[in-house]
Design a protein. Structure first.
Length: 131
């Protein structure tokens, strides 16, 4: 599935939202991603904040932690996909068990990256999402 993104300077532009309860992790993902065509539209510290931000900014690509207060990533993924079925979601989590990854994919996630990760692993996973 290709994303429908608006062209900017002759290139497609995608809106990115980062969701993680760790401010350090949100900043790390923000600094590590190396795509000119990805515009960060906001970050959220839990699923409730993510839903609100999603409604206001309409991102195309979302990085999603699973373990967060107030609303976990699994529930949030399901809600985001209901709002925008074409959204591309990369789960970034320290929860490495297969059952959790499968559940996230069943809810609508498109990729899974284990913490800790390298900048290269993050960028490869995001590139895969945008293909």
């Amino acid at each position: 599935m290709k994303l429908n993104a608006a062209p900017v300077n002759g290139k497609r532009s995608y809106k990115l939202m980062i969701v993680d309860d760790s401010n350090i992790m949100r900043r790390r993902i923000e600094r590590s991603q190396q795509f000119e065509e990805l515009e960060l539209v906001g970050t959220a510290g839990n699923g409730e904040e993510a839903l609100d931000l999603f409604r206001r900014t309409d991102p195309d690509v979302v990085t999603m932690d699973l373990t967060m207060p107030r609303m976990d990533g699994i529930e949030c993924i399901g809600r985001l996909v209901e709002l925008k079925p074409a959204v591309r979601i990369l789960v970034i989590s320290a929860l490495a068990d297969k059952a959790t990854a499968v559940e996230a994919m069943e809810k609508g996630a498109n990729g899974f990256l284990n913490k800790p990760f390298t900048d290269r692993q993050l960028n490869e996973a995001i590139a895969e999402l945008m293909r």
